[in-house]
Design a protein around this ligand. Structure first.
Ligand code: MG
Length: 325
């Protein structure tokens, strides 16, 4: 059976300069959204309005007491996953799990519960797949999914899905979350390939996800204070995406909803960054980012894209569990 989320087969045309700009925009958008949202994570819209008016600048602070421009686990885990994909020249579950483990050793400023449990399990048992659990439908595997979208661009739907789930299941293994994960990756890839007409198609992918599971219905009540439960996270992300146009307006909308604002900011940041490109990101946000992070994001965006079937002409490489890359 073909999934409603599978794209229709059609020829791919793209302009290389535009593609590079959108890839950089996606990765920088992730970091910018993470850094912007982290300041107001766990606050309600009312508390945000009381403290910041409309929150629209990268100022650090928040419950993690961040430096201005500091990012959190959303960006750091994406960079760890990206390094693992580049190191292996593809998808090798042990390399990915090891990269997450190395990241956890670096004493990150924030770690999600399900992520920590998955890495601890890998360290203890060597297993790279969490047992399936419907309660693991958190947003932790989607917030770090951008490297999958970049490095599998142009691949058949089955390979994109396999790669997305392979990295997700190291820590999160819930069919409900897999649905949302695949939809987000497809939205990003649709935007990367060609921004013309992409917005409408991306909204259609969000509606197709809602048809697959009513939990993702973003068409009704406004989602404020979204939790880390992926359907809540994506309802806020899709609502902000659907009612704004432009990079800045979308991110300001979503982070001012409060709740898991660094992750809604990160996910919507890479979605709208892929659509509008790096040139659409406000300069005050880009210059606020820590320089190391900004450089790492830009480098990985281009390196992961070069690995993609679209640019390399080589299918996505899946390295067997028993092998070393
Ligand atoms: Mg975070």
């Amino acid at each position: 059976m073909t999934s409603a989320l599978a794209p229709k087969t059609k020829p791919i045309y793209f302009d290389p300069d535009g593609l590079m700009d959108r890839a950089r925009g996606a990765y920088l958008g992730l970091a910018v959204g993470d850094a912007l949202g982290a300041t107001v994570e766990f606050m309600t819209p009312r508390e945000i309005a009381h403290t910041h008016g409309q929150h629209k600048d990268i100022t650090g602070g928040g419950w993690l007491n961040l430096k201005p421009g500091q990012v959190t686990d959303d960006t750091e885990m994406s960079l760890a996953l990206g390094r693992a994909i580049l190191f292996g020249g593809g998808f090798h579950d042990k390399t990915i799990a090891e990269a997450f483990s190395v990241w956890l050793k670096s004493k990150p400023v924030d770690v999600g519960h399900t992520v920590r449990r998955g890495i601890v399990r890998f360290r203890a048992a060597g297993t790279t797949q969490a047992p399936e659990d419907e309660y693991d439908a958190g947003n932790g595997a989607v917030m770090r999914a951008l490297p999958v979208a970049l490095s599998t661009l142009g691949a058949p739907h089955e390979d994109v899905t396999r790669a997305a789930k392979l990295q997700a299941h190291v820590t999160h293994n819930a069919p409900l979350a897999d649905l949302g994960l695949v939809a987000v990756v497809r939205m990003v890839q649709r935007a990367l390939l060609n921004s013309g007409g992409a917005y409408r198609d991306m909204i259609a992918i969000a509606h197709a996800l809602h048809e697959e599971s009513g939990k993702y219905d973003f068409t009704k009540k406004a989602q404020i204070n979204p939790s880390g439960f992926l359907p809540e996270t994506l309802r806020a992300v899709f609502q902000a995406f659907a009612r704004t146009d432009g990079f800045e307006a979308a991110l300001i909308d979503v982070v001012n909803r409060g709740g898991d604002a660094d992750t809604t900011g990160a996910i919507l940041g890479f979605i709208v960054g892929a659509l509008h490109g790096a040139k659409a990101i406000p300069r005050r946000w880009l210059s606020a980012l820590e320089v190391d992070v900004r450089n790492a994001c830009e480098d990985q965006a281009l390196q992961l894209l070069e690995l993609s079937p679209l640019l390399s002409g080589v299918p996505v490489r899946f390295i067997p569990n028993s092998a070393t890359p």
